[in-house]
Design a protein around this ligand. Structure first.
Ligand code: C2E
Ligand code: CA
Ligand code: CA
Length: 619
């Protein structure tokens, strides 16, 4: 490893010289290792050079050697039996410490080498001539040398031959490194330096074979970053690249050297964990990864939290062939994504019939044209008295008699861009329902992809005008991912406020950014994710943490003049706890499931006049 030089100020001249020598030796060694030649197998192109010079110069012994930290290693040798020897008796070490060809006509008369064991004993070296093998930058890595058991003369022409052959060796080394780099190129991802997809398959194959022998398991993981496209679109591709590099580093930090982290392309990473005596140990790995990403990454001066979906499968327990394993990991990842991120282990029962993406995409296009979507409405109640104040519109897809959850098609609609016409349909439908008096106020989900479109607020304005709805009765629910670019986010939020619609932050606490940064945005409502509310009444650490978090969010919201909605309330006890914690509104199955609006009578009575509508009025 190259150790960077430390400041030189405190050295005496003698120490300074020693220090410089030591440092340049480290650089030399780093270069030597970079060429990756030491300890490689014999290669004919090197042997040919040696044979040629031995014959030409009529020498019984010749060698190509490289000087390692404390040994001399022979890449090619003729008439010599050793593969390596200590650096302390290496003639070539003397060669690399001077410039030009080193000639020792009679070793027994040269005090530098006379006592070397290879002079006093076998192979009784008397004559030595060596030319350093120098890199283009001038670092001597080793030498090409000729040796005899009798003292000899060496002409300048002989020395020139030796120097030429050293240059030939260097050419071979350069070729060596190029071939190696080409190999890396084919097997390493150029952005992150991680093994690429092809390499991953090779490694997986090896890992499974090794596991067979050892009777162990291998855990295979596929990890996909959530909303990565948005980072790219918002901050630009260089920032996206940087995020991938940082993610790669984080991942590498939490695995051991026998494990593999690979980049499969895009924002997808693959993981192989070996040496698992017990598949249950894989939970520890998942915990380590979760822990590693709990702290933000620093992306060009801002803090970014990486959220991802990780799908895992275990060899040989789940499957024995690579294709099946990969598709199982993919399916599990897809399930994790649908559940809002985190991780999921492959489970035959849960992961049976996820239709292929292409098929789904075609069907989704078809669905939009054939009116297969429907909005359900779920009540949002005031915590104090459980009065229904508004409803959230939640989309469903009626596909040939089966109802498909948005969790199963919104991600695909987002990646395919279909979310844009779909989002417009949802907003128009919900606004129409309000305009017709079928529901008082409605909260509509807006995908980050819609929100970050250049003309989003104009689209909203158009739909408000078309449907003639009172904008005060509409709340748009956006997520933190919509606000990755706070400046642009603020601009859109202001435009929306000018239109008279309300904006709430959905899934609060789950996104990319830090809490306090978000609370300063011009939104009016924070919706606390079900992830936190579901644990409030549980004994133990999880419950306590959730309570603390909600308490903190409520205080924060209060400080910034925002109201809070706790989502996913399923029991009366949860409702009580959340009200005690200071949540203003509640939503969840306890108060009502998402249901279709009945044409009449109205599901929700209209209370209050438009003028007293703040967000949800009558607090
Ligand atoms: P969300 O915005 O967080 O919506 C709340 C989800 O929690 C809904 O799931 C709702 O049915 C569910 N939920 C409500 N109360 C409870 C409860 O007490 N317990 C449990 N376990 N779940 C509860 P749904 O309808 O499946 O929607 C899932 C997600 O899909 C939504 O999460 C939202 O992100 C997205 N989504 C739904 N409709 C739309 C839409 O029209 N446009 C967009 N862009 N996204 C939508
Ligand atoms: Ca929502
Ligand atoms: Ca939510």
């Amino acid at each position: 490893m190259f150790i960077p030089p430390s400041p030189l100020r405190h050295f005496t001249p003698g120490q300074l010289e020693g220090h410089i020598n030591q440092t340049s030796e480290e650089v030399r060694l780093a270069e030597l290792y970079r060429y990756g030649i030491v300890d490689t197998l014999p290669e004919p192109q090197f042997d040919r050079i040696i044979t040629l010079i031995a014959q030409y110069l009529h020498m019984p012994m010749a060698a190509i050697t490289f000087v390692d930290r404390d040994r001399q290693w022979f890449k090619s040798r003729l008439g010599l039996q050793v593969e390596e020897m200590p650096r302390s008796i290496a003639f070539c070490d003397l060669t690399i410490k001077q410039s030009g060809v080193l000639v020792i006509p009679d070793a027994t008369l040269d005090p530098r080498v006379a006592e070397f064991s290879n002079v006093t004993g076998e192979p009784h070296i008397r004559f030595y001539a060596g030319a350093p093998i120098c890199t283009p930058e001038g670092h001597p890595l080793g030498a090409v040398c000729v040796i005899d058991r009798v003292p000899r003369e060496f002409t300048p022409e002989d020395a020139a031959v030796l120097e030429h052959s050293a240059a030939l060796v260097m050419d071979q080394l350069k070729l060596h490194i190029t071939v190696q780099q080409l190999g890396d190129l084919a097997l390493l991802d150029s952005l992150t330096g991680l093994p690429n997809r092809a390499n991953f398959r090779q490694r997986l194959l090896h890992a499974t074979r090794r596991a067979d022998h050892a009777g162990e398991s291998v855990v295979i993981g596929l990890m996909d970053l959530d909303h990565f496209k948005l980072v790219n679109d918002t901050f630009g591709h260089p920032a996206g690249d940087e995020l991938l590099r940082l993610t790669a580093l984080r991942l590498q930090e939490c695995v051991s050297s026998s494990d593999t982290i690979a980049r499969m392309g895009g924002d997808e990473f693959a993981l192989i964990f070996t040496d698992l005596a017990n598949p249950a140990d894989s939970q520890l790995i998942v915990d380590r990864i979760t822990q590693a990403f709990a702290a933000p990454l620093h992306l060009g001066g801002r803090e970014v939290f990486v959220h991802s979906s990780l799908g895992l499968t275990v060899y040989p327990e789940d499957a024995s062939d690579l294709e099946t394993l990969l598709s199982q990991a993919d399916t599990a990842m897809y399930r994790a994504k649908r559940a809002g991120g985190g991780h999921a282990f492959f489970h035959p029962r849960h992961d049976q019939s996820v239709p292929a993406e292409m098929e789904l995409l075609v069907a989704l296009h078809h669905a939009l044209e054939h009116d297969e979507f429907e909005l359900l409405y779920q009540p949002i109640v005031r915590a104090r008295d459980h009065a229904v104040m508004a409803c959230e519109a939640l989309i469903r897809w009626n596909r040939a008699g089966t109802v498909i959850s948005p969790l199963d098609f919104i991600p695909l609609a987002e990646t395919s861009g279909l979310i844009l016409p779909l989002g417009r349909w949802v907003l128009r439908e919900a606004c129409t329902a309000v305009a017709q008096g079928r529901v008082t106020r409605v909260a509509v989900n807006v995908s980050p992809l819609e929100f970050t479109q250049p003309h989003f607020s104009e689209q909203v304005a158009l739909i408000l005008r078309e449907t003639g709805v009172d904008p005060q009765r509409i709340m748009l629910e956006i997520t933190e991912s919509s606000l990755l670019d706070p400046a642009r986010g603020q601009e859109v939020l202001r435009e929306l406020r000018d239109l008279g619609v309300h904006v709430g932050l959905d899934d609060f606490g789950m996104g990319y950014s830090s809490l306090s940064a978000l609370a300063q945005l011009p939104v009016e409502v924070l919706k606390i994710d079900r992830f936190f509310t579901q644990h409030v009444d549980e004994p133990g650490a999880e419950g306590k943490r959730s309570v603390e978090l909600i308490r903190a969010v409520v205080i924060l919201a209060g400080a910034f003049g925002l109201v809070t909605v706790a989502e996913g309330v399923e029991t009366a006890q949860q409702a009580r706890t959340l009200q005690t914690l200071g949540c203003d509104y509640l939503q969840g199955y306890w108060f009502g499931r998402p249901e279709p609006l009945r044409p009449s009578p109205q599901l929700v009575p209209i209370t209050g006049s438009a003028s007293d509508l703040t967000v949800y009025p009558n607090l």
